[in-house]
Design a protein around this ligand. Structure first.
Ligand code: GDP
Length: 195
């Protein structure tokens, strides 16, 4: 199913969002966390999420449609140091309205670098999810960068930290480079899409 994802459209404003059809799972993360690589890995396509990537400037929400009519949604990466404040505020407002109001949104995947999980804006995403009780799945990506013991510790600490939030949250380690964790991610998405 995910292998057959294809680009549907990009949105820059509320008015350009596609109609609410089927269910959606959104992908968020700091820039450079490996969000595009994770989406490409899940969908077994080399350039699915890269085609429309425009770092730091145009802030787009990209929609990828699946054969069953559900969608994967690539939210703009956050944490670019160079983005002007005005753009950051606009991005924040647009994403917040999407996160709060999108009725088809069934789950949120947050991609983090396993070496630096749960940073600044990751918490904003979690708070938005919490406010509407949207289930969250955290991907600790780049697990190939750590030794097994360190990896286990980061996984455990992140699970513990997520208990501060009153929402259903799951966490897994992942490596888009080594293609590790793809089945676990697919299963989580299957569960949300089946709900
Ligand atoms: P995005 O900005 O979040 O979309 O991140 P990208 O997918 O463009 O990846 C950012 C950088 O991290 C690139 O240089 C990737 O090659 C690298 N990267 C992504 N995933 C992994 C991973 O699992 N392991 C390692 N070692 N590098 C990764």
């Amino acid at each position: 199913n995910y292998r057959n994802a294809r680009f549907l459209s990009s949105a820059t404003t509320k008015n350009t969002l596609p109609p609410e059809q089927g269910l959606e799972v959104a992908f968020a993360g700091r820039s450079n966390s490996g969000k595009s690589s994770t989406l490409n890995c899940l969908c077994e396509q080399k350039a699915l999420a890269r085609v429309s990537k425009t770092p730091g400037r145009t802030q787009l929400i990209n929609f990828f449609i699946l054969p069953d009519g559900n969608s994967l949604v690539d939210l703009p990466g956050y944490g670019y140091a160079k983005v002007p404040e005005k753009i950051k505020v606009e991005w924040q407002k647009f994403i917040e309205s999407y996160m709060m109001e999108r009725s088809t949104l069934a789950g949120l995947v947050i991609i983090m670098d396993i070496r630096r999980p749960l940073r600044d804006h990751d918490h904003v995403m979690l708070e938005w999810a919490e406010s509407r009780q949207l289930p969250v799945h955290v991907i600790l990506n780049k697990s190939d960068k750590l030794k097994r013991g360190e990896m286990t510790k980061q996984l455990r600490d992140t699970k513990e930290a997520l208990k501060d939030y009153d929402l259903p949250a799951t966490v897994q380690t992942f490596s888009s480079l080594k293609k590790l964790g793809v089945n676990e991610l697919s299963r989580q998405l299957d569960t949300w899409f089946a709900s």
